[in-house]
Design a binder for this molecule. Structure first.
Ligand code: IMP
Length: 186
């Protein structure tokens, strides 16, 4: 069960901090093997992927560099519209680099599709995608995911960097948002 803060409802844990760490270690080791002898440039999508990035980075043994991009996805009801605004762009060029885009969750796929197209126009040597969570049943736009932490059903989740109205990012577990709150987002 996720840690309960005073005044907050109990949230049901979907993945514990230990389960997440184990999976993140596996993904880092896969990346280490696949990029052996090369360096990898991690592009973290803020804000939700910040904790996933920090953990994966600590497990990687490769030479790494990091940059951040912050996006705002406009919503139509509960679903992203595919219209994305970059609120903070990368600080460094990705031309000629082996880039891994690090995402928190892929839902409709619209945001990721926009980001991949944007990054590919900047001529990286290669581009792969690592996402902590994948909700395949919600997909509108097909996207290729190279590293997936966990596949989840169509539930809104929070914790480990993921938010609901900027809350809950600090929870160590990934938790299901109670139905009452979830229905408010529609
Ligand atoms: P997409 O464009 O529909 O794939 O939306 C991706 C973005 O929506 C993610 O980067 C999250 O910011 C947000 N999102 C989608 N599902 C969830 C969820 O269950 N919890 C928290 N954020 C979510």
């Amino acid at each position: 069960m996720a840690g309960e803060k005073s005044g907050e409802k109990k949230l049901k844990s979907l993945f514990t901090a230990e389960q997440i760490q184990q999976r993140v270690r596996q993904i880092a080791s896969e990346i280490d093997q696949q990029y052996a002898g090369r360096s990898v440039h991690l592009v973290c999508v803020l804000k939700g992927a910040c904790i996933f990035l920090a953990d994966i980075l600590r497990h990687l043994r490769l030479e790494t560099s990091v940059d951040f991009i912050c996006v705002w996805s406009y919503e139509q009801g509960a679903t992203s519209s595919g219209e994305v605004r970059i609120t903070k762009d990368l600080d460094h060029s990705i031309a000629g680099r082996d880039v891994i885009l690090v995402e928190d969750i892929v839902d409709t796929g619209l945001t990721l599709n926009y980001l991949c197209q944007l990054l590919l126009r900047r001529n990286p040597q290669s581009l792969r995608v690592a996402t902590l969570l994948d909700k395949p049943s919600r997909r509108i736009q097909p996207v290729k995911l190279d590293y997936v932490g966990f596949e989840i059903p169509d539930h809104f989740v929070v914790g480990y960097g993921l938010d609901y109205q900027q809350r809950y990012r600090n929870l160590p577990d990934i938790c299901l948002l109670p139905d009452a709150e979830e229905s408010e987002r529609v």
